[in-house]
Design a protein around this ligand. Structure first.
Ligand SMILES: Cc1cc2ncn([C@H]3O[C@H](COP(=O)(O)O)[C@@H](O)[C@H]3O)c2cc1C
Ligand SMILES: O=C(O)c1cccnc1
Length: 346
């Protein structure tokens, strides 16, 4: 298993940041969550003048063997079809990446299709064409898991080398809400029922069958229940790559914008490998998938937005970006009481 040496940022700067924020021309605390975000980013970057530079958004895509059990309304090939859509610029994540000036990196982590390796619009990291069906066997081998972790980390190093210090991550993988629910069940000791939602099925008709399949998969599992084994047994390649990406981003002291249910569970898994990753996380959005708010509470996470999304791809992370930008503008652009003739009464 790869090691990630992630530092908790030095806390000595926190009183200075708080002092700067308190001396901006406003009643103390009156910009609420913007103040908390500015403090967190200043702490991560160890500066009183934090900056956001070259934002990147990585979408990891991969297929899941469990799709043959029909735990999603959509068939497996939709993963590949959506990958094509990302490349054409027509998916939910595309308009948001354009709107907020994020450079998009689309990664094939294990899509069940032979892609054209000369197509430079795709970052080719395919481990295998789809994971195995975890109802009967482990989704991936240990070697494949380690390769996925390292591939995710490599993608982040590439973004970092381009001057990126704020990273959003999203995913595409039909049935990956199922993997997320099982990860969450094991990692938070929440009942599987409370962790299992309808996913992309807007009708909710599939939920009972999905829960039945996932219950059987959990019963059949004979591993040691360690986070790493749970990650390997039930994971998707795109999710394990995300875990590697989050850990590497934190190692490189980048801000990580966390998306919905699936990405929150990847952050949860990453935190079981190295808890210091959590200092670098900013949660964009609380979605409608059952269990998301429970996972967020478990992580003591406070999401910026609550817009009723249940899409993934990173859409909730990207939508929250302007709020983060406002926090950075606040700390850098507001006058202090000393700069201008405003009397401070507190
Ligand atoms: C057209 C389409 C586009 C999507 N974009 C993201 N997802 C989302 O749905 C999937 C997870 O839901 P489930 O576990 O129910 O399959 C993931 O691919 C997630 O990114 C999509 C799903 C569909 C159908
Ligand atoms: O919140 C998510 O990440 C999510 C929810 C439903 C379907 N796909 C993704």
């Amino acid at each position: 298993m790869l090691q990630f040496d992630i530092e908790k940022p030095n806390e000595e700067i926190i009183p200075y940041l708080q002092d700067k924020i308190n001396n901006l021309t406003k009643p103390k605390g009156s910009l609420g969550f913007l103040e908390e975000l500015a403090l967190q980013v200043g702490w991560i970057q160890q500066t009183l003048s934090p900056q956001l530079s070259n934002p990147h958004h990585i979408v990891f895509a991969g297929d899941h063997g469990i799709a043959s059990e029909k735990v999603s309304l959509s068939p497996q090939e939709v993963t590949y079809q959506m990958l094509e859509n990302f490349l054409k610029g027509g998916a939910g994540v595309n308009f948001l990446a354009r709107q907020h000036h994020f450079k998009l990196m689309v990664v094939d982590g294990g899509v069940n299709r032979d892609l054209d390796l000369s197509d430079k619009r795709i970052t080719h990291k395919k481990i295998r064409k789809s994971t195995r069906n975890y109802l009967y066997e482990a989704a991936m081998t240990e070697e494949e898991m380690n390769q996925a972790i390292e591939s995710g980390a490599e993608c982040v190093r590439q973004c970092h080398a381009e001057g990126c210090n704020v990273l959003a991550i999203g995913e595409m993988g039909i049935t990956n809400t199922s993997s997320s629910s099982i990860w969450m069940h094991f990692l938070t000791s929440t009942s599987l029922k409370e962790c299992t939602g309808a996913g992309s099925d807007h009708t909710g008709d599939i939920l009972n069958h999905k829960y039945d399949v996932l219950s059987r998969a959990v019963t059949n599992y004979k591993g040691d229940s360690s986070p790493i084994d749970i990650m390997r047994y039930f994971g998707g390649y795109e999710m394990v790559m995300t875990v590697g990406a989050m850990l590497e981003a934190a190692r490189l002291k980048m801000i990580i914008l966390v998306d919905g249910f699936i990405m929150t569970n990847c952050m949860l898994m990453a935190s079981k490998i190295n808890k210091n990753v959590l200092h670098y996380a900013i949660y964009g959005h609380q979605g409608n998938e059952i269990g998301h708010h429970i996972a967020l509470n478990y992580l003591k996470a406070k999401p910026i937005l609550q817009l009723g999304f249940r899409l993934g791809e990173g859409t909730g992370a990207l939508c929250a970006y302007p709020i983060l930008e406002s926090a950075i503008r606040m700390i850098n652009e507001m006058s202090t009481f000393k700069d201008v003739q405003v009397t401070k009464y507190f």
